[in-house]
Design a protein around this ligand. Structure first.
Ligand code: AMP
Length: 460
C-alpha cells in the first residue's frame, strides 16, 4: 500500500514523501481513510506505530478548506504531557510544511503571553495539555465552539495522570457535531466507558492486540541484588556489554533518577537526567541534546518520559521494574520503532517477582533471563517473600485505584498539570503504609507513658 491511495491531498502527499515516509504503517492505512470521511475513530495503538501521523495527515487535508478566526481554533489535540504536545507540534511542522496553518501550543510551565498572542491572531490547530487549555478558557481567551476535529491522544495516560474530569469538561465545551479521534495504547474499563461517551459510531482500529509488545524488541530480565550500590554496578555491567547507540534508563522515583544519573556520569557514562522537577526549558534542552546524540544515556522517570518521540533509541534499561505493568509497555515502546531492532533489559530484585509476572501476563510472553534466573541464586525464599510482598502492594494499589475511580470529579482544578501529578504522588507518599497502620494498636489514655508528676507521692 502507498500513501497516495488513502485520499490525502497533494500538498500532504508531497510533505509525506519529503519526510521520507514511504509506506503507511498499519494504523495509518486503516485510520486515515476513515478520518478523511469525517467519521469518529477509536484507535488502539502504542507510541511507535505511527499513530501521530494517522491523525495529523487527515487533519491537514481537512483543514485546507476554511480559515482560522481569532480565539476560535478549528481543531484541538489534547496530550497528557508537555513533551508529547511539543512533539506533535514538530510532526505538524514536518508534515504541514506546505500548509499555511497556524499551530498554537498551549502547555504549562511557560508564560501565557506568547500563547495569548497566538490565540488572538487565530489558530487553526491547538495542541494542548488539559490544564493549560482550561486556564486559557477560564481567562476568556478561548472559545471552543469552532472546533471541528477533536483529538484525544494517549487516553490511558490521561487516566493515570488524573485528567479525565478535565477532558470531560473540555469535551462539553466543544459542539457535539465535531469529529472525535480517540487514541489509547491500552483499553482499561474506565477508558472504554469514556470512549463510548465521547465517540459517535466510531470505527474501532486496533493495530496490535492491547498491550502486546513489538516483536522487533529483544526483551531480557536480569536478576540483581536490591542494594542500590550493587544494583547500579549490575546496571553498568549490562550496559557495557551492549552496543548502545543511545538509551533511556527508567527509574520509578524522581530522586533515584537524579542519583543514578550522577552515578553513571561518575563512572564515565555520558548520561543526563529528565524528571518532573526540571524546568520546561531544561527538559527541552536535555531532550534536544539527546536527539542530537550529544547525550547517550537519558535517566528518566515515567511522567517526564511519557510520549517522548525519539525515533532511534537503541536500548531501554529498566533500572526499576515499573509499578504498573502498562508502564512497561510504554517504556519499551521507545525502542524497536518503525520496524527497527530494539533491546530492553529490566533489572529485577527479589521484591519484583510479582510485578514481573503481571508484566509477562500483560505482554503475553515469558521474558528470557539474561544470566542466571532467580531460582539458581538460592533466592527461592526471598522470591517467595517478594511475591507475597508484591501481592500485598498490589492489593493496596488496587484499593487506592478503586477509591480514586469512585471519587467524584474535582470541583476546583489545581494550577498546572505537572503540579497536579506531583501533588497526588506526594500525598500517596506521605500517607503511612497500610500494614503500619494496621500494626499500631489504638492508644488508650496516656498509653504506657506515665508523666513524672503523677509518680510523686501525694501530700496528705
Ligand atoms: P508515533 O507512533 O506517532 O510516535 O511515530 C513513531 C515514529 O515513526 C516517528 O518518529 C515518526 O516520524 C515515524 N513514522 C511515522 N509514520 C511513518 C511512516 N509511515 N514511515 C516511516 N516512519 C514513520
Amino acid at each position: 500500500m502507498t500513501f497516495d491511495t488513502l485520499g490525502l491531498s497533494d500538498k500532504v502527499l508531497s510533505a509525506v514523501s519529503r519526510a521520507g515516509y514511504e509506506t503507511p504503517t498499519p494504523i495509518q492505512s486503516k485510520a486515515i481513510p476513515v478520518a478523511l470521511d469525517g467519521r469518529d475513530v477509536l484507535g488502539i495503538a502504542q507510541t511507535g506505530t505511527g499513530k501521530t501521523a494517522s491523525f495529523v495527515l487527515p487533519m491537514l487535508t481537512r483543514l485546507e478548506r476554511g480559515r482560522a478566526r481569532a480565539r476560535m481554533p478549528r481543531s484541538l489535540i489534547l496530550e497528557p504531557t508537555r513533551e508529547l504536545a511539543a512533539q506533535v507540534v514538530k510532526e505538524f511542522e514536518t508534515l504541514g510544511a506546505e500548509h499555511k496553518l497556524t499551530v498554537a501550543l498551549l502547555i504549562g510551565g511557560v508564560s501565557f503571553d506568547e500563547q495569548d498572542r497566538k490565540l488572538d491572531r487565530g489558530a487553526d490547530v491547538l495542541i494542548a495539555t488539559p490544564g493549560r487549555l482550561l486556564d486559557h478558557f477560564e481567562r476568556g481567551k478561548l472559545l471552543l465552539t469552532g472546533v471541528e476535529i477533536f483529538v484525544i491522544d494517549e487516553a490511558d495516560r490521561m487516566l493515570d495522570m488524573g485528567f479525565i474530569p478535565d477532558i470531560e469538561r473540555i469535551s462539553g465545551l466543544i459542539p457535539p457535531r465535531r469529529q472525535t479521534l480517540f487514541f489509547s495504547a491500552t483499553m482499561p474499563p474506565e477508558i472504554t466507558r469514556l470512549a463510548s461517551t465521547f465517540l459517535r459510531n466510531p470505527e474501532r482500529i486496533e493495530v496490535a492486540p492491547p498491550s502486546t509488545t513489538v516483536d522487533s524488541i529483544q526483551q531480557v530480565l536480569c536478576y540483581v541484588p536490591k542494594v542500590p550500590k550493587e544494583k547500579r554496578a549490575a546496571l553498568r555491567k549490562i550496559m557495557s556489554e551492549q552496543d548502545v547507540k543511545n538509551a533511556i534508563v527508567f527509574c520509578n522515583r524522581k530522586r533515584d533518577v537524579a542519583i543514578l544519573q550522577r552515578s553513571l556520569k561518575k563512572h564515565g557514562f555520558n548520561a543526563e537526567a529528565i524528571h518532573g522537577d526540571l524546568s520546561q526549558h531544561q527538559r527541552m534542552a536535555t531532550l534536544d541534546a539527546f536527539r542530537n546524540g550529544e547525550i547517550t544515556f537519558l535517566a528518566a522517570s515515567d511522567v517526564a518520559a511519557r510520549g517522548l518521540d525519539i525515533p532511534e533509541v537503541s536500548h531501554i534499561f529498566n533500572y526499576d521494574v515499573p509499578v504498573q505493568p502498562e508502564d512497561y509497555v510504554h517504556r519499551i515502546g521507545r525502542t524497536g520503532r518503525a520496524g527497527r531492532k530494539g533491546y530492553a533489559a529490566t533489572l529485577v530484585t527479589s521484591e519484583d517477582m510479582r510485578a514481573i509476572s503481571a508484566i509477562q501476563k500483560l505482554v503475553r510472553k515469558d521474558i528470557d533471563w539474561l544470566g542466571d534466573p532467580p531460582s539458581s541464586h538460592g533466592e527461592e525464599e526471598n522470591v517467595r517473600k517478594g511475591r507475597r510482598r508484591g501481592r500485598d502492594k498490589s492489593k493496596e494499589r488496587a484499593s487506592t485505584n478503586r477509591k480514586k475511580t469512585a471519587a467524584p470529579a474535582r470541583k476546583k482544578r489545581p494550577a498546572s498539570d505537572e503540579k497536579r501529578t506531583r501533588k497526588s504522588a506526594d500525598s500517596q507518599r506521605k500517607s503511612p503504609p497500610k500494614d503500619a497502620q494496621r500494626k499500631q494498636a489504638p492508644v488508650v489514655g496516656l498509653g504506657d507513658h506515665v508523666p513524672d508528676f503523677l509518680k510523686r507521692p501525694a501530700r496528705p
